[in-house]
Design a protein around this ligand. Structure first.
Ligand code: CP
Ligand code: NVA
Length: 313
């Protein structure tokens, strides 16, 4: 069986819990010393090689995957947005068939989620989603590692409010909330809600985990949150809409007023942040509330758990 990691909608509460436990294990291991046996083997018996295929820029995803492969005694092969031309220079199916003959796994950041599905279908090696138009599952795994490190409401993460666009980051986060029994609120402008398929999947999972979902256009509904999360208003590829979106989302900024109504809350952001737009300097730089840099660090450990599973039998 090939262990792809394309979308959190394919996880169960147990499989996600296991990934979180292994993420915490790799965090301890990197800090205290990696076990001798922590090696990912590739074809021919050498260290595994992971292709990092990017259609968009990245700091965290690229560097954390490169470092994860380094810790596992393998290596990563960076393919920049200008090189492969997925879907323009060459059909995704053909890129998949070729890469699958060289490397042991593929991590891809794409515009269209369907291209990930093609890579998974035709490469014959594990494919990991490093962000698509509809999900960012590695991010949500790191987010929940961070949430559980700071949550006072074990086993669930209390109430998590996402302010802003119902985008890729929001979709993965809300499914992770459903999987962990966390109460999830989306708070943003009309017309920018999460996809209805994601709302439906949340409700299906919540039948087991008892998570609750609220969708609201009222920013005052963010009050009383345990965790407040935001992301950019215009994602990569939506730069043409940035002006319009600034106008629509202005009311949903994560600022000192919003924070004041959730005493004790921690603040998350996947980064990169557009400071002064979706989040103020005073919030993101407040060391008593902001856990964004720990969250970024946790990408490394979350992805080590994903890679461990991807390269397992
Ligand atoms: N959060 C995140 O995925 O960051 P990068 O775009 O820098 O990889
Ligand atoms: N929603 C953002 C996340 C960046 C990590 C984007 O897709 O650009």
């Amino acid at each position: 069986m090939t262990h792809h990691f394309l979308a959190l909608t394919g996880e169960t509460p147990d499989s996600f819990r296991l990934l979180l436990d292994r993420s915490a294990f790799w965090k301890r291991s990197v800090r205290e010393g990696m076990p001798e046996s922590a090696r990912l083997s590739g074809r021919g018996g050498g260290g595994a090689v992971l292709a990092l295929l990017f259609q968009k820029p990245s700091t965290r995803t690229r560097v954390s995957f490169e470092m994860a492969m380094h810790h596992f005694g393998g290596r990563a092969l960076y393919l920049s947005p200008s090189e492969v031309g997925l879907g323009s220079r060459e059909a995704p199916e053909d890129v998949a068939r070729v890469l699958g003959r060289y490397v042991d796994g593929i991590m891809a950041r794409v515009f269209q989620h369907d291209d990930l599905i093609s890579l998974a279908r035709f490469s014959g090696v594990p494919v990991i989603n490093g962000l698509s138009d509809i999900e960012h599952p590695c991010q949500a795994l790191a987010d929940f590692l961070t949430i559980f490190e700071h949550s006072t409401k074990e086993p669930a993460g209390g109430t998590l409010t996402f302010l802003g666009d119902g985008n890729n980051v929001c979709h993965s986060l809300m499914i992770a909330a459903a999987l962990t029994g966390t109460h999830f609120r989306w708070c943003g402008p009309k017309g920018y809600e999460p996809l209805s398929d994601y709302v439906d999947r949340f409700q299906e999972i919540a039948e087991e985990t008892k998570s609750r979902l609220e969708l609201t256009n009222d920013v005052s509904a963010a009050a009383g949150s345990d965790f407040l999360y935001t992301d950019v208003w215009a994602s990569m590829g939506q730069e043409d809409e940035a002006e319009k979106r600034r106008e629509r989302f202005r009311r949903y900024q994560l600022n000192e007023d919003v924070l004041e109504k959730s005493p004790g809350a921690r603040v998350l952001h996947c980064l990169p942040a557009h400071r002064g737009e979706e989040i103020t300097d005073g919030v993101i730089d407040n060391p008593n509330v902001s856990v964004v840099f720990e969250q970024a660090e946790n990408r490394l450990y979350a992805q080590m758990a994903v890679l461990e599973r991807a390269f397992s039998e």
